[in-house]
Design a protein. Structure first.
Length: 374
């Protein structure tokens, strides 16, 4: 291609607006760099400068205020979606509308000859996703799920500890996304628009674990609560059991005023914790099982030796592994997949599996039972 790959965006709200600025500024930093907020790492030499690969064709939104927002930043605003789809200079559409709009928009885009990068949750159900996958096959157009949180450093740290067995064999992982602001008061609180925390943060937490653990998920158990919203779940707790016996606890909460750690990982030779998004945390690695001189400690009204903390010479505290990486991997891979230069990393089949885990979660929460899975 002798020109830059051009992306048009439908839905220019919080996320679409972030994408528009990221593409326009070339940083890929979907956190409003041009509006004064930046995320560390986007200026690293490891990070692809997507400005060299792509440019913004324009945006479409049904809200005049968002159209005005885009115009004020020098972006082209299409009069409607048909105008974007008939723009022959646009190679792809990035879908960032509420969840119930994705299916129709994706199908129309592929049929109009555009590749699609679709915000998560890509669809409302696995049935919808299968239909969209069929159109992708028929038209030969890329349909790419934007499940982007596989490139968050907190996850990459846990992935490294798990994959490289830095603390031995992992037997339990917990990830908790905890907030205290309730469910947002927009379409996220309305079921028919795809509201609820399962389709919001639930996708991310399931996506990451499913991408990391190369094993069958044999059991799913989930409970959901409505504390700040009567229509859609605002608190979700998921238990996954993998084939090897590895257990995973995933929580998404919006009414928690005291936070537990973002990640904890337990392995047979140590434990790791990531406390928060600032990545405070540590690994504690076992040096030796021998810790003979331990005196009992007082636990409530009784004594315990079993639960007494280890003495320092039998364990060592280590900093979390940190590393640099390409923060724009997903944008780069999407564009290069469309250009036939790379294999798609976040595959449609992976998104389908994540969707099916979410469906098993809904079923489990409704029936109050464990759902046998793969
Ligand atoms: N990957 C991530 O980390 C991440 C983060 C936030 C949101 N999202 C996803 O992005 C999507 C949008 O979420 P958001 O937070 O930006 O929501 P939002 O409400 O801030 O923005 C949605 C925008 O779409 C517009 N819109 C609605 N219907 C439309 C239509 N038919 N045609 C054109 N425009 C239309 C609205 O006017 C609004 O500006 C959702 O699917 C959400 O799950 C992903």
């Amino acid at each position: 291609m002798d020109r830059k790959f051009r992306i048009g965006i439908i839905g220019c709200g919080g996320m679409g607006g972030g994408h528009a600025i990221a593409i326009q500024s070339g940083t890929g930093n979907a956190v409003w760099k041009a509006d004064g907020v930046t995320v560390p790492g986007y200026d690293s030499p490891m990070t692809t400068n997507i400005g060299e690969m792509t440019e913004l064709a324009g945006i479409v939104d049904i809200d005049p205020a968002r159209e005005e927002w885009a115009r004020a930043r020098g972006m082209y605003v299409y009069p409607d979606y048909d105008a974007l789809l008939s723009d022959e200079t646009a190679d792809a559409v990035l879908i960032a509308t509420p969840n119930d709009c994705h299916k129709e928009e994706a199908i129309r885009a592929m049929r109009a000859g555009k590749h699609v990068l679709c915000e998560k949750p890509v669809m409302m159900s696995s049935e919808e996703l299968l239909e969209v996958m069929e159109v992708s096959r028929e038209t030969g157009k890329v349909f790419y799920p934007r499940q982007n949180r596989e490139w968050d450093e907190d996850f990459l740290i846990i992935r490294k500890i798990y994959e490289e067995k830095l603390l031995g064999e992992t037997f339990e992982i917990q990830c908790r996304i905890m907030g205290s602001r309730g469910i947002p008061g927009d379409w996220r609180g309305i079921r028919k628009h795809g509201g609820g925390m399962m389709l919001d943060w639930g996708v991310h937490v399931i996506d990451r674990i499913a991408a990391m653990v190369p094993e069958k998920i044999i059991r799913v158990f989930c409970s959901m609560k409505n504390i700040t919203n009567t229509e859609c779940e605002d608190n979700v707790t998921i238990h996954l059991t993998f084939e090897s016996g590895l257990t995973v606890l995933l929580e998404v909460d919006t009414c928690h005023f005291v936070n537990l750690p973002l990640w904890t990982l337990y392995a047979d030779h140590g434990s790791a914790v990531i406390e928060n998004w600032k990545l405070d945390g540590k690994m504690v690695r076992l040096r030796s099982w021998e810790d003979k001189d331990t005196a009992p400690i007082l636990a409530g009204a009784g004594l315990t030796k079993t639960m007494a903390p280890r003495q320092n010479n039998s364990v060592e505290e280590l900093p979390l592994p940190r590393f640099d990486f390409d923060r724009n991997t997903l944008y780069r891979n999407f564009i290069n997949t469309c250009l036939g230069k790379e294999e798609q990393i976040v595959t449609q089949e992976h998104a389908l599996r994540v969707m099916r885990v979410m469906e098993a979660c809904f079923e489990s929460a409704e029936k109050g039972t464990v759902i046998p899975f793969e």
